[in-house]
Design a binder for this molecule. Structure first.
Ligand code: ADP
Length: 337
């Protein structure tokens, strides 16, 4: 036999006891609070991260606008997020590059007008003196005038050549390319420059590989490239210095890159060298590392701009390594075919 309890069931409470109900209520309330707190925290975090991400982007958009309007001195601060930091670094170096190019453009206009004004002033004053009878138009004075006229016509033909090369006209003249014995070509070039180098007490050396190297190139363009590089080495190397031209059938230069289709010509000098800050700009038109240099020690800053254009027209590439006071090396990569 057993016992049977009959109890009255409350619709609301069911079989729950008093403390169970209290526990259920407490659990419900705490769950509500936790959910609320979590939602609040999630909202705060998303606002924080959205700000963290959007602030640099807003900064960058503003900075780009400012640069677009001509404020090339605008720079961005560094950011804690790696990707943003990289982006702001790239922006800053781009702005710095643009700023340098802009100042170079302004400086080159001034340099160029100076380059034109100097011979024109000499010509004018000599001609006035001849007309007034103050100076005799003798052989010596006419020779000075002739030198100034030659300087002007050299400048004009340099500019003409450069603009022609920049318009890629030379690229279309592929028909001028022919099979060249590069070893022999360099021997002839070095022999041509030898007396000039000896006159300044400079050693000019040529290092050739055992096997002769042939390539299909435009001899006129190659002659101008080598001529300009050698002339620069001559100008920027003090007496008793050394200049070496070397030829290598495998193109490996400062970046140790090896390209089977290219060969390498190196022009190395132990002259005055180029400042690291100036190095990225030496192939720009009218750029001169030391603007105070006069016409006797430097040119108008066109030579390397022309070299770069000619090298590209030949399907090649040019790189430079230099250290101030130690010397400069130009690496010239050219296609074999
Ligand atoms: P420039 O007619 O003034 O020589 P380039 O275009 O040939 O013009 O060269 C640009 C600048 O690069 C030069 O003014 C010089 O400052 C620097 N440069 C070029 N070659 C050398 C070199 N071998 N050694 C030192 N500086 C050089």
């Amino acid at each position: 036999m057993g016992e049977l309890f009959v109890t009255h069931l409350d619709r609301e409470r069911g079989l729950w006891k008093e403390q169970d109900l209290l526990f259920r209520e407490a659990m419900g309330a705490s769950l509500q609070w936790t959910t609320l707190l979590a939602a609040l925290l999630a909202l705060m975090l998303s606002v924080y991260f959205a700000r963290l991400l959007s602030r640099p982007l807003v900064d960058m958009a503003k900075a780009v606008k400012e640069v677009e309007l001509g404020n090339l001195a605008r720079r961005l601060p560094s950011y804690s997020i790696k990707e943003m930091e990289e982006l702001s670094g790239s922006f800053n170096s781009l702005a710095a590059h643009l700023q340098k190019l802009e100042s170079l453009r302004k400086r080159s206009t001034a340099d160029f007008s100076h380059e034109l004004r100097t011979p024109l002033t000499t010509l004018r004053s000599y001609l006035e003196a001849f007309t007034d009878g103050v100076l005799l138009a003798d052989k010596e004075n006419l020779k000075i005038l002739h030198e100034e006229v030659m300087h002007l016509s050299r400048l004009v033909s340099d500019l003409e050549e450069l603009s022609q090369a920049e318009c890629n006209l030379l690229k279309d003249q592929r028909s001028d390319c022919r099979q060249l014995n590069i070893s022999r070509f360099l021997k002839e070039k070095v022999a041509f420059f030898q007396p000039q180098f000896q006159g300044k007490d400079l050693q000019l050396e040529l290092v050739l590989p055992h096997q002769e190297l042939n390539a299909r190139l435009d001899p006129l363009a190659l002659g101008k490239i080598i001529g300009n590089l050698l002339y620069n080495a001559y100008k920027y190397t003090p007496p008793q210095g050394k200049v070496t031209v070397s030829l290598d059938g495998d193109a490996h230069g400062p970046q140790e890159r090896v390209d089977q289709d290219m060969f390498l010509i190196e022009v190395r000098d132990n002259g005055i060298g180029i400042n690291g800050e100036d190095l990225p700009y030496i192939f720009e038109r009218f750029f001169r590392a030391d603007p105070s240099r006069d016409r006797s020690s430097g040119g108008a800053g066109i030579g390397l701009a022309l070299v770069k254009e000619l090298v590209h027209a030949c399907g090649g590439d040019i790189q430079v390594q230099s250290e101030l006071g130690k010397g400069t090396t130009f690496y010239l990569y050219l296609p074999k075919t």
